[in-house]
Design a protein around this ligand. Structure first.
Ligand SMILES: O=C(O)CCC(=O)C(=O)O
Ligand SMILES: [Fe+2]
Length: 307
C-alpha cells in the first residue's frame, strides 16, 4: 500500500527568487511537502545536533525525567503523546522527544553543562540557524502568494514567534504484542506555519495526500541527504484557504532505531490567522474563522496529550 514518492526539490540558494517562489507554490499546492536543498545550515552543525540528541536520549531514564516536559518544553517519555487524537489505540506513539522553544525566553529546560557539555549551545545555535532559513522561506512563500516578501513580518506572525525544536527518538526495539496499531508518530498535521525536518536517513515517514479518500493511501517520503524535508502546517493552510495543504503524515514504528530533528516554525502566540484576501471570494468563502495561534496550539496539544 505504499510507494516511494518523488517530492519536488527547492534550491534556496538560487538567485532567481521568482522562479523559486513559483516552484514552492506548485509544491505546496500539489504535495504540501518538498525538499529544501542548499539551505545554508552547515552539515557539521546538523551532525552535532544529532550527536547531542543521541547523548540525551542515552541517559538513564531517571536523569531524563528530571527534565520532564513543563510549559511544553523538555522531555516527553515513550507513549505519552498520541498525535492522532482520533485513533482508538490505547497507547501513545512509540517515540520520546525533547522540546525547546525560543532561546530568548526562560521556559526552556536544559541538561546540566557538566553532564552534557555544549548541549545547550549546540541546540541554540541550530535553533537560530534554522529559524533564519525558515524566515527566508516564509518570504519566498509570501512572494509565491503574490504578497510583499515581508508580508508575514508585517502581519506580526514573526513577532516573538513560538517556534519549537523537537528532538525525536524512535527506539526501534519497541515490540507490541497486543496487536494494536501503534506508530512511531501517528497520523497528524503540523500546527504551525512550516516545519523543517532533518532525519538520520532511517525510513519511516509517510504522507497521505487525500485524507478523505478511503482506504487512505500512504506514500513513503525518502530522506534526501543534506536536504530538509519541509511541510506546510495548519496555519499556512488557513491563511491560504486550503490552497496550500497541511498534509497528514505519520512515522511507522521503525524496525531500526531512528532519530529526527523537527523545527516547527510557528507564529507568535497573539497572531490572529485569517484567510488572505487573495485566497477567498464570494464564491469561495473562508473555510475557517480567524483564530489566535495560542488558542489553536493549546487545543491541539491538549488533544495530543489527552489532558
Ligand atoms: O520524525 C519524523 O520524521 C516526523 C515527525 C513529525 O511529523 C512531527 O513530530 O510532527
Ligand atoms: Fe509532523
Amino acid at each position: 500500500m505504499s510507494d516511494a514518492l518523488q517530492l519536488p526539490v527547492v534550491d534556496l540558494s538560487s538567485p532567481d527568487c521568482l522562479s523559486t517562489a513559483n516552484s514552492i507554490r506548485q509544491a505546496c499546492i500539489d504535495y504540501g511537502f518538498f525538499y529544501l536543498v542548499n539551505h545554508g545550515v552547515d552539515e557539521e552543525l546538523v551532525k552535532k545536533v544529532f550527536e547531542q540528541s543521541g547523548k540525551f536520549f542515552s541517559l538513564p531514564v531517571e536523569d531524563k525525567m528530571k527534565l520532564v516536559r513543563r510549559n511544553h518544553r523538555g522531555y516527553t517519555t515513550l507513549n505519552t503523546i498520541k498525535l492522532d487524537s482520533t485513533s482508538s489505540s490505547t497507547k501513545g506513539d512509540t517515540r520520546e522527544g525533547f522540546y525547546i522553544g525560543p532561546p530568548a525566553d526562560d521556559l526552556n529546560q536544559w541538561p546540566l553543562e557538566e553532564d552534557l557539555p555544549s548541549w545547550r549551545s549546540t541546540v541554540e545555535t541550530y535553533y537560530r540557524k534554522v529559524e533564519s532559513v525558515g524566515t527566508k522561506l516564509l518570504s519566498l512563500i509570501a512572494l509565491s502568494l503574490k504578497l510583499d516578501e515581508d508580508f508575514f513580518e508585517k502581519i506580526g506572525a514573526l513577532n516573538e514567534p513560538l517556534s519549537i525544536i523537537g528532538l525525536l527518538h524512535y527506539p526501534g526495539d519497541h515490540l507490541d504484542s497486543s496487536g494494536e496499531e501503534i506508530y512511531g508518530a501517528s497520523a497528524h498535521s503540523d500546527y504551525g506555519m512550516i516545519t523543517l525536518l532533518a532525519t538520520d536517513g532511517v525510513p519511516g515517514l509517510q504522507i497521505c495526500r487525500e485524507k478523505s479518500e478511503q482506504p487512505q493511501v500512504w506514500e513513503d517520503v525518502p530522506s534526501l541527504s543534506g536536504a530538509f524535508i519541509v511541510n506546510i502546517g495548519d496555519m499556512m493552510e488557513r491563511w491560504t484557504n486550503c490552497m496550500f495543504r497541511s498534509v497528514l503524515h505519520r512515522v511507522l514504528p521503525p524496525e531500526q532505531e531512528r532519530y529526527s530533528v523537527a523545527f516547527f516554525a510557528n507564529p507568535g502566540k497573539d497572531c490572529v490567522i485569517e484567510c488572505l484576501e487573495s485566497c477567498c471570494s464570494e464564491s469561495c468563502p473562508p473555510r475557517f474563522p480567524p483564530i489566535k495561534y495560542l488558542e489553536y496550539m493549546e487545543e491541539r496539544l491538549r488533544l495530543a496529550y489527552g489532558v
